[in-house]
Design a protein around this ligand. Structure first.
Ligand SMILES: NC(=O)CC[C@H](N)C(=O)O
Length: 385
């Protein structure tokens, strides 16, 4: 594409891919992760869990439907969290009734360095064989040796607490998709249940799923003193998804332990699921290459049903380290890894995938209903106590 500047992707193992720039010019580094979703590139780019990751999409045509003003998942001022984007082919034209901007314009506007025109199958094979690798995209002025140095200097995601980096700054209420001035749980909001969301990089779709189910949703920065949250007397707490290594979020693990001791209904999603596991003494491990996609089969062990799920994680809970009070409820049919568990002595359950995304499209929705049921039962128990 002669009108696009030259760009290069260099992996820490020395692999070099030449292509053309489709976003901002400049340099970016991160862990290179492949995602097998055929749609949803805007949601992927704006999912805070992708902070410090360069995403390559295995589906070859990316950008066909442009970008719009509704599909951003980030709730913070920073719209795009992914460190960069790698695709095979950018369409000459984009078209969709909701489209407001082309993918390249969106990337430029949000200063995202991105490369197209490379063999993404070859790249994905390397990542599958060697495991997650650091990489560097240089767009515009290209120096392959320098890009290799930069890729090799990337520290990796292990040990990195990124939840505090992407989390919101202030306590905020979420109302029908819009933010409102914080006034506690407002009387004007008709929601029945008060749900506190600990924002480790929460996706907007999670908040919408709660509001749809009659919850009044208040979002707290990741490092909020847990006693401040308890003082607001939530009926349930959602521990959100988020980037980085769950083991590095010691403040969040400590907060989760306090919530467990109070026996408040908890729902952990992705990073939240990993934090609950760590809080009860289990361990997390870095996976060889993560689960990223919208076509991952997950089995509900209780009824044998298989659902198609959205996934985005590079760490996993080691199932064999769970204590006796944790019962495994879901497993991945790709590699058998743990996808969900619940606690026998607390109204707590967790899911590793993303039930708020809709690849199934409704397969995993019942997990939000389960959370609401736990809240309802817990509230009834309280009123009879
Ligand atoms: N989507 C998430 O919450 C990801 C959790 C964690 N950062 C991981 O990579 O496993």
């Amino acid at each position: 594409m002669s009108d696009h500047p030259h760009a290069v992707l260099v992996l820490a193992d020395g692999a070099v891919f030449h292509g053309y720039a489709i976003g901002a010019t400049g340099i970016t580094t991160g862990e290179v992760a492949f995602n097998t979703a055929m749609t949803g590139y805007q949601e992927i780019l704006t999912d805070p869990s992708y902070c410090r990751q360069i995403i390559t999409l295995t589906y070859p045509h990316i950008g066909n439907t442009g970008t719009n003003s509704e599909d951003n998942e980030s709730i913070s001022a920073c719209a795009v969290h992914a460190a960069g984007l790698v695709i095979r082919d950018l369409p000459l034209m984009h078209s969709n009734w909701r489209s407001k901007q082309s993918l390249p314009d969106f990337l430029k506007r949000h200063h995202v360095v991105a490369i197209a025109g490379i063999d993404t199958r070859k790249l994905t094979r390397i990542l599958r064989e060697k495991g997650a690798l650091a990489g560097c995209i240089m767009a515009g002025q290209v120096d392959v040796d320098d890009a290799l140095c930069q890729a090799r200097a990337f520290p990796g995601l292990e040990g990195l607490d990124l939840a505090r980096v992407v989390s919101c700054d202030d306590v905020r209420e979420f109302d029908e998709g819009e933010w409102t001035v914080e006034e506690g749980y407002r009387a004007s909001n008709n929601g029945r249940w008060r749900v506190a969301v600990l924002d480790f990089g929460v996706k907007r779709a999670i908040l919408r799923k709660l509001v749809e189910r009659g919850c009044r949703v208040k979002v707290y920065p990741a490092q909020t003193d847990i006693h401040e949250i308890l003082a607001d007397q939530p009926d349930g707490v959602l521990l959100s998804n988020g980037p980085g290594d769950p083991g590095a979020c010691d403040y969040a693990i400590a907060a989760t332990r306090i919530l467990l001791a109070k026996k408040i209904p908890l729902f952990g999603i992705c990073l939240g699921h990993q934090l609950v596991a760590l809080a009860i003494g289990a361990q997390t491990v870095k996976m060889k290459f993560g689960h990223n996609g919208a076509n991952h089969p997950v089995q509900d062990i209780d009824n044998g049903r298989v659902m198609i799920t959205s996934q985005n994680h590079g760490f996993a809970v080691a199932a064999e380290t769970l204590p006796d009070n944790a019962r495994i409820t879901h497993k991945s049919l790709f590699d058998g890894t743990l996808q969900g568990f619940e606690l026998s002595d607390h109204p707590v359950f967790c899911f590793q995938g993303h039930p708020e995304a809709s690849p199934g499209p409704h397969d995993a929705d019942y997990l939000f209903d389960r959370f609401i049921n736990n809240i309802t039962q817990h509230a009834q128990k309280d009123s009879f106590a």
